[in-house]
Design a protein around this ligand. Sequence first.
Ligand SMILES: *Cc1c(COP(=O)(O)O)cnc(C)c1O
Length: 725
Amino acid sequence: MDTIRRDIPVRFSLPRRLSRLGSLAYNLWWVWNPDAQRLFSLIDKTLWDQVNHNPVAFLTRVERALLNALTNDPAYLELYDRTMAAFDVYMKGGSTWFKQNYAALAGKENQIAYFSFEFGLHESLPVYAGGLGILAGDHLKEASDMGIPLVGVGFIYRQGYFVQHITEDGWQETRNYYLNFDEMPVVPILDAAGKPLMISVELPGRSVFARLWEVRVGRVTLLLMDSNVEQNSEYDRQLTERLYSNDLEVRISQEVLLGMGGVRALRLLGIEPTVWHMNEGHSAFLALERLLEYVRKGLTLDESIERVRKTSVFTTHTPVPAGNDQFPLWLVDKYLVNIWPELGLTRDAFVDLGRQATPWGDNFVMPVLAIKLSEGCNAVSELHGQVSRRMWNFLWPERRADDVPITHITNGVHVGSLMARRMRMLFDQYFGPGWLERVDDPELWAQIERIPDVDLWMVRRHLKRKLIVFANERSRSLWSSGMITPAQVVASGVMLEPYSLTIGFARRFATYKRGYLILKDFDRLMRIINDPRRPVQIVFAGKAHPADEPGKLIIQQVYRAVKDPRSAGRLTFLEDYDMNMARFLVQGVDVWMNTPRRPNEASGTSGMKAAINGVLNFSVLDGWWREGYNGRNGWAIGEDSDIADPNQQDALDAESLYDTLENEIVPLYYEHRTADNMPVEWLARVKESIRTLAPQFSTRRMVGEYMHTLYEPALMAGRSLEGKK
Ligand SMILES: *Cc1c(COP(=O)(O)O)cnc(C)c1O
């Protein structure tokens, strides 16, 4: 172990007085601490934006003269000292939630391993595609805040998730690019000789190697594997090239590397987790590696299965059977052929661990494997729990769906990362210090009534202006680079203005999210948005998976509507949605709209981000919103019931959407204004929304539930099994 080096690279030339900016750059703690962010942005805001808020790239390039000047700036130095002191206190982790609530379990690091195909921690680490990754990133941040001994395992992809450009006719083009890990907040893990430390897994006819990188997320470590090493063939070097390959052989190879390689990576570093959490099925092969470990130690297969099951946790996110990760059996034969003899299983008995009959034959389904080898299984919202218990009922044919042992833990968002700084300052002012440690406490949020409307309204107006400036600047730079036509300049938001009711719709353009729904009756929409006394603006954003042709067609349909002169610049599409743009949107609009085809939105989290920033939700009663909506804290689209016929569902939901927009949302925003033009009824609803949703949909509540319902029993079981060893 002492031969492993995990030091921060020495890369920057910093004045001694400011030398600790270097270690701050390599710990993502700064992402959710606005003062720490300002330590970077205050040096050179333009460069800070240019490097996409990547502190390592920033410190590599910033002019030394600017840094030197700050060593004589008392205000900067005061902020620096205060922030570094706060960082030290945090990293020491004196009295954490975990120590307070689980004193008996405290004292050991890395007890829970959390595996995920993607982690969305920050825009400067673009190894995420969407909601699943951002949830995983938020899980790590919150585990760090709560002092939970958790370690993450995933991949660092050489190509970041693609850059999106929209052509004049609305077609999504993708630009791929290579990340430069040397300029990212990732620490190489090296051996004593300074060479990359390496793990390997067996794939047909060869070993495949991967090196390891470490991301520091506050007190939590995230290990990322990277197969781009010279020991590998060109083909194998590309296994961690990009997210979500459609090539099934690449996919199964990646998953062997993630699951089996991930276990080996932890072992190599001397990390011995008790509990193993699979975030989605992609990492389920980790359970096979653990079975092999026990069998090699001499346990019987049944004993091994019992140990693995008792200490594994699985979270499903996919309510559609075909959406689940799965492989045809010939691929299992090809890739896992060495595993079943070692486990003492026949090929058929092995395949049964993941077998599911599908209309196109039997498949090996990763969530089936994960469910069979995990005692703790959960879905990510109440409705998704019901859907999942029905979907996996065939694994327990003797039970009724209600008795299928899959519980639900509704998703949440990491408030520190996603709440606007100005909003946070407002709560600092009225709630006092330390309120972020209690964000899941309804009594804290009951105090929202103490915040004067005028203060809240000022922050809301500020955040909307920031969004508009952001959109305008994006348009300006696209225009000046010659990439877009004048019509596209209008489409990209230059006509947005700060006084109109503004609706946001931004997410992956998967078909079930129905980005087209609000366009169903274009004439009616035009009448609504172009009312000169009560204008409405809509900001769209989002990427489609590059292979998702129907998704790209929806983007095109939206874009054509946006470019239509009848929409008068009030419909806009911001290209290249990412975590940075998401923050501007969920903080800056007035209404956050979501129109999934129920019940396909397992949870959704962007609406929660909107809610904590004082934005009102207007959504189908699916996923989290079905639990969050109380009739007074936003608006529903459609009914709390499923409609089988998709066309009928679209028609009914569109009708409901227009009715509510016309009769409730627009009037509430524009009527009941005070003498100084403040919408009091609107603000009352905003307060109701924050009061009811903020405590319920934070990762504080969510990770607490994971700890309580899934991790604690698994930790206890694991400890008693370890005792028996
Ligand atoms: C929060 C977020 C998502 C998830 O959004 P939902 O549509 O609510 O699942 C996707 N992408 C980005 C960039 C986000 O910030």
